[in-house]
Write a protein that binds this ligand. Sequence first.
Ligand code: PLP
Length: 427
Amino acid sequence: MPVEPSPPDARSRELFARARQVLVGGVNSPVRAMRGIGRDPLFIDRAEGAHVWDADGTRYVDFLASWGPAITGHADPLVIGDVRDALPRGTSYGAPTEREVLFAEAVVEAFPSIERLRMTSSGSEAVMGAVRLARAATGREAIVKAEGGYHGAVDGLLAQAGSGATTLGVPTSPGVTAGATAATRLVPYNDLAAAEAAIEGAAAIIIEPIAGNMGVVPPAPGYLEGLRAACDRTGALLILDEVITGFRVARGGAQELFGVRADLTVLGKIIGGGLPVGAFGGRAEVMSELAPDGPCYQAGTLSGNPLATTAGLAVMCRLAAPGTYERLEEGGARLEQVIRDSGAPVTINRVGSMLTPFLTDRPVTDYAGATACDTALYAAIARGLLARGVYPPPSQFEAWFVSTAHRDDDFSVLTTALAGALDEAGA
Ligand SMILES: *Cc1c(COP(=O)(O)O)cnc(C)c1O
């Protein structure tokens, strides 16, 4: 009897079957399950530069970049070397370190709007701290956020359902109380008039200065400046969630790129060099409301963790090399060109090295536009790319990232894979 050839992802399938017996849905973060593109996940064994290898030993050109952190490529020798040196000195002390001072100095230098920083272990945690602080500092409760804006798995911000006219938050997830989102006001992204109205009496507006979690949606000209002015007029704080954009679109994030000053800035992803991290910061006067200087409580056992701090410092150091952001821009432009040349029926939104090809022929400026895309076609193309050695984000509503490690060969692999995937998808 002929033996069935084993599928190329046999080991991933086996691991997924086991994972589902012990991890919910077989994963530790929902979108990793790849349900959005209608297949099972690949289990990753290792990563280096612009590539990841799955458990079956197949190599992929990686455009996910761990959802953003891997901006200088995976297993950057500088990061690995510094973390290796740091390891024997211990993994956590629960006490201040020189490294976290160096880390904070690097962030403060990069972001003129940040005078004082507080580190956390994730972006979500940093968002929670920033929102609590904004409420403490203003004595107000309402928080304005954009539909489709993602700020981590934070109860009060897990609200984006409802039409553009909705101004009161309705929880998107069971388990989030109506009370938790009662003070959350939703506005469509890029709609300045709606934001100006919603900001009245609010503690803050929290916004991704370049949306990255509905796919990449840049701010319309004047949008961020308008939000700044509305905050100045009403006394609300402008919280820029730069967890993706910080050190990605410029060293000083989107606020440097667009020349807008935040009251509070939230960072994460890149600044941890692939280790768990988050941070938020702002003017000394506002930040001093935080304990131990002020009454607003915020804390974390592993905050400022020596390994995360070491890895983040190494990446920030790497990114300070002259020409880095020009190189990231070139990589982003190259990725955009390859996708355009493929003839895929897409609208491409790109800022520097972050990009989303939306399967639509219409401009995408907000969540409604993003969700109007052909997600089934995206799924088919993404599956086709994975079968051809390219690892795209496993959802239409995510950013593709280029790192400084992507080379000519990688774009050639993409060109070929994309042609095959589009052909197979009938696009
Ligand atoms: C990823 C992300 C977060 C959450 O960060 P975690 O480290 O996953 O908790 C918050 N805001 C934005 C804009 C993000 O992209």
